[in-house]
Design a binder for this molecule. Sequence first.
Ligand SMILES: *Cc1c(COP(=O)(O)O)cnc(C)c1O
Length: 360
Amino acid sequence: MARVYNFAAGPATLPEEVLQEAADEMLDFNGSGLGVMEMSHRSKAFEKIIGEAKQDLIDLMGIPEDYEVLFVQGGASQQFAAVPMNLMKNRVADYIVTGQWAKKAFTEGKIFGQANKIASSEDKTFSYIPDCSDLPISDNADYVYICENNTIYGTKFPQLPNTKGKILVADQSSMFLSEPVDVSKYGLIFAGAQKNIGPAGVVVVIVRKDLITDDVLPGTPTMLKYKTQADNDSLYNTPPAYGIYICGKVFKWLKKMGGLEVMKERNVKKAQVLYDYLDQSQMFHGTVEKGSRSIMNVPFITGNDELNAKFIAEATANGFVELKGHRTVGGMRASIYNAMPYEGVVKLVKFMEEFEAANK
Ligand SMILES: *Cc1c(COP(=O)(O)O)cnc(C)c1O
């Protein structure tokens, strides 16, 4: 079996150990004679799977008791609507627009009320995070919204914005569980699974309990009310059961690895190898301002479309796949999530050095 180094932004690489375990259990989970995909979501066995996944996530992130953890469907994109439907009581919200995903959330927010763009980095193709220490936060804003790690542009908030007491909502899809976060600083965190924790089809929502109410915007579908999901332990209807099972295995893997402090150390070390090379290369250049760099998504360019294409083709042939940048940006992007081993990045850099030498 020849596994490649998969640098895709999402769906993305998963820990090999987790995939192997899932493969071993595919036909017969724990001696039950059936696989998790075939199992009732109301069965004792599945209740245990989802219960452990939730508890392991609480342990990993140190989620305080006054927060609820929900496993929902619809992708991270559905949260762009669910967030305003549940939280926009005054019909006012402030958005910091630092990339395509934040922009989409902002555009969706406008469907439900007055969404204000209070800061943006679009003037420099989203290559930095704006200063968020003293923004014009609206007096009656129901929340301030950020996309904390911008998957496409490779930026990450170096510190959280000063929301002047307003609730902070963060899309953490592409940085989820890559490092410790202080959950108590947020009103709501959501993350689509397929970047860093599992297969597409699961979204984790971590929301402060006092924000889970029946006081939602008129017309909010039952399924999109956080209260529906919270009251039913994420089992109001059939959940994305197999996806939750895989996420649960990834959470256990992360615990075994030593938790989020250790993951952060590993991720910083991995990203450093790539950034150090980019900073001295004559051919490849990072596109993000140094203070705003993501440790999960690293975009880079050569400044020459033909050379980019040649690099991507040769990298692919050598087992470094999915390095093409997002279609709106071009160039290259290496997504180096939790499951990308250090040696994968070291080997990629070695390959880049060789390519640079051969194409001077
Ligand atoms: C991928 C991504 C999304 C969209 O996720 P879907 O599950 O496809 O809806 C939203 N936000 C961020 C930061 C992402 O990386």
